[in-house]
Design a protein around this ligand. Structure first.
Ligand code: NAD
Ligand code: ZN
Length: 352
């Protein structure tokens, strides 16, 4: 679990006093910031840069890659002779994941791709702080950092992955576009649906999942993007949704969305939406709700994205999807292999 969190409108101002005690002599804080803020000087000027601290703008146009982590770690090691005091990620799930992975790889040998999996990290990461600027993924609270590697898209899941500190300031999410608000928000809704309908469900996950599910319903059925209360509620829904899956697992939409992302580069939030729209056989009540939410906000999802795939691309997509065993086991039970197979997945992908 994340051991320290501050929440509230304007709490970003506390960052300097939070970081102060963590600063080691000559060791900089490195800020990884979504480059969407390059044109938002108001936010950039509030970042408490001191001494040799460094701010690096990162594009979230593509989801984080293991290679990108390795390049960043190498450049930090080359530029500074002291290991950084901390890594601070400011952005959405992409930047938060990158910050977690860089913090881990600064203290662990080899390449990031060697750590994709469960509990492969040996050494404690550098102190790292997560500051979300869009709500939904739960990356601020989870024990994974999802990375696309040379062979797979899989997280570095470990006890050293979670942030040491999270700053939840709902005001930072002002400026998110409507479509992106919906896609990333639906990631949270889908986390709850998959956790609450999964066989791994337990009272711990359920208590968080139910809260986040109710918040999502209220936000996406009764409120809008520019509603301040909705912003605050979605930030907490994201946290609770993340907590719910941390102690259970996601399901069919995530497994299939990973395939879409690996082969077509479709991003997580929108990919989940594209898949979930076709999962009425697995989550009938919630797919109907999702369609209602989509309509309420005038969201049009891309259609026919799999229609021009080659056979080999389709095979890769299916292979990636089916390789996520814990997700299928959670969704369909221990005998999941008797319930889903490559043919069924292909037929589903073909509809998207
Ligand atoms: P994102 O980080 O990719 O950002 C989406 C878009 O929103 C980007 O264009 C970004 O520039 C923009 N944006 C962010 N904040 C903004 C703001 N305040 N104003 C204007 N624009 C803003 O999107 P995401 O959906 O948050 O994250 C997706 C990533 O999270 C994927 O890489 C996915 O794999 C990962 N993820 C991780 C976990 C986890 O537990 N670690 C869980 C779910 C998803
Ligand atoms: Zn997700």
């Amino acid at each position: 679990m994340v051991p320290k969190v501050v929440y509230g409108k304007g709490c970003f101002e506390q960052l300097a006093s939070i970081l102060g005690p963590q600063r080691k002599e000559k060791a900089p804080f490195i800020y990884l910031v979504d480059d969407v803020f390059q044109k938002n000087q108001q936010l950039i000027q509030r970042i408490p840069l001191r001494f040799n601290d460094k701010l690096i703008f990162i594009s979230s146009f593509e989801e984080p890659k293991t290679e990108q982590v390795d390049v960043l770690v190498k450049s930090i090691k080359t530029e500074f002779s002291y290991r950084p005091s901390g890594i601070i990620g400011i952005g959405g799930g992409s930047i938060l994941d990158l910050a977690k992975a860089v913090a881990i790889m600064l203290t662990n040998k080899g390449q990031a791709s060697e750590y994709q999996g469960w509990d492969l990290v040996k050494n404690k990461a550098v102190y790292h702080v997560g500051i979300p600027t869009i709500s939904g993924t739960g990356a601020e609270v989870s024990r994974t950092t999802v990375l696309t590697g040379p062979e797979k898209k899989l997280g570095i899941n470990s006890d050293f992955t979670p942030f040491d500190q999270v700053v939840l300031d709902p005001e930072l999410t002002i400026g998110v576009s409507k479509d992106q608000w919906f896609y990333t928000g639906m990631d949270c809704f889908i986390h709850c649906v998959e956790s609450l309908n999964g066989t791994f469900l337990n009272e711990f996950s359920k208590s968080y999942g139910e809260k986040a599910y109710d918040l999502c319903k209220e936000i996406f059925l009764n409120r809008d993007l520019n509603d301040e209360t909705a912003r605050e509620k979605l930030m907490m829904a994201s946290w609770h949704g993340g907590m719910s899956i941390a102690y259970s697992q996601v399901g069919v939409a995530h497994a299939m969305s990973y395939g879409l992302s690996y082969v077509l580069g479709v991003k997580h939030g929108i990919g989940n939406c594209i898949v979930f729209d076709h999962l009425e056989d697995y989550y009938p009540i919630d797919v109907a709700l999702f369609k209602q939410m989509k309509q309420a906000h005038g969201i049009e999802l891309p259609q026919g994205i799999c229609k021009d795939l080659t056979e080999s691309q389709m095979d890769t997509m299916v292979k990636i999807g089916l390789s996520l065993v814990p997700l299928w086991e959670n969704a369909l039970g221990p005998d999941w292999e008797s319930k889903i197979n490559a043919e069924k997945l292909k037929a589903l992908y073909a509809k998207m």
